[in-house]
Design a protein around this ligand. Structure first.
Ligand code: ZN
Ligand code: ZN
Length: 338
């Protein structure tokens, strides 16, 4: 990276930067661009690497002296205009080109019940990069119109073809003083709560798109989107198979043998009573229509709930129970069923 100017990367001016300035700016920038704080963004990792590279040289007196000498910084006189052009945080873009922001991918977790009901205004936390609000991405505190091109950014060559002005790199202005808010980088990281609507019936692993909530565009470019991958917690007694919900319910064995009534808890609350016929087998099952999983975004189009009744055998019998059951077994045997 021959164009990298370590001072610019750290938002400093070579003539005036003290060791304390170098350290302070490094800390500020390293914190801002740490990959962990930027959803693992590739841009942020690149910037973080460059900030570290710059600091490792400028914080070491011997390396810094050599760097200053080879970059002609040691003999500079007077105020050096600040140019931000060489710090390409997006390597395939020029700083003065308008570009669209990148998309951001995040994961969100909802409960099983939320997946059935859907959630409106679900808050997601997005750490996004955007143009600095102070300098609006220009990196500079002040701009002075370029005299050579009269602020147009273009000059004509001998064949009268317009060319980018070599004095201002086609910007039309000379930048002075790096912007304090973004340390001359033109971009800042912001954290925002964004609200999204999660439709009822959503599947585990579904991806929801929130338009323009991603990284901001540069110089008026369009913002990227946020893609949220939905993880549904395994926090429910109901088991989902497409639009069908399955509930395994334990009942006393005598309910299956003698018949009776069970109260089935419904997924969205409430209960449904069901009469069990006598002599029902273990894992006897029945369906309750309209209490399964809704079609995505259609709360009234729900699948079925299948309830399976499993005998809950006692772990211990009282003397009286044992006596009665023995009597029962004796009668069954006498009737030829033993
Ligand atoms: Zn700024
Ligand atoms: Zn110019």
């Amino acid at each position: 990276m021959p164009d990298d100017n370590y001072y610019q990367i750290l938002g400093l001016t070579p003539d005036t930067a003290t060791a304390d300035d170098i350290k302070a700016n490094y800390r500020k920038l390293a914190m801002r661009w740490h990959p962990d704080k930027n959803n693992g963004s590739k841009q942020a990792s690149e910037m973080f690497a460059r900030i570290n590279e710059a600091y490792s040289t400028l914080s070491d007196a011997a390396k810094k002296a050599e760097y200053d000498l080879t970059h002609n910084f040691s003999d500079s006189v007077g105020e050096r205009p600040f140019y931000g052009f060489h710090f390409n945080y997006r390597t395939n873009h020029s700083r003065w080109e308008k570009w669209n922001g990148d998309d951001i991918s995040i994961g969100i977790e909802i409960s099983f019940l939320q997946s059935l009901r859907g959630v409106n205004d679900f808050p997601i936390h997005v750490t996004r990069e955007c143009d600095c609000p102070k300098c609006r991405g220009t990196c500079a505190e002040r701009t002075v119109p370029c005299e050579r091109c009269a602020g147009t950014g273009k000059v004509v060559d001998r064949s009268m073809i317009p060319q980018p002005c070599p004095n201002c790199n086609g910007v039309g202005a000379i930048l002075t003083n790096p912007c304090e808010v973004c340390s001359g980088m033109g971009r800042v990281i912001v954290s925002e709560d964004v609200r999204i609507d999660i439709p009822c019936g959503i599947n585990h692993g579904s991806i929801l798109r929130t338009a323009f909530a991603g990284n901001g565009g540069h110089l008026g470019g369009q913002a990227g989107d946020v893609y949220s991958t939905v993880h549904i917690k395994n926090d429910s007694p109901y088991h989902r198979e497409q639009q069908t919900l399955i509930l395994k319910m334990k009942v006393p064995p005598e309910t299956l043998i003698l018949g009776g009534e069970v109260e089935v808890p419904l997924p969205l609350g409430g209960v449904e009573k069901k009469t069990i016929p006598p002599c029902s087998s273990n894992n006897w099952s029945f369906a309750i229509p309209g209490h399964g999983v809704p079609k995505i975004g259609m709360p009234n189009r729900r699948g079925i709930l299948i309830v399976s009744l499993e005998a809950d055998f006692p772990s211990k019998l009282t003397e009286e129970e044992e006596k009665v059951l023995k009597e029962y077994a004796k009668i069954r045997k006498k009737n030829g069923n033993g």
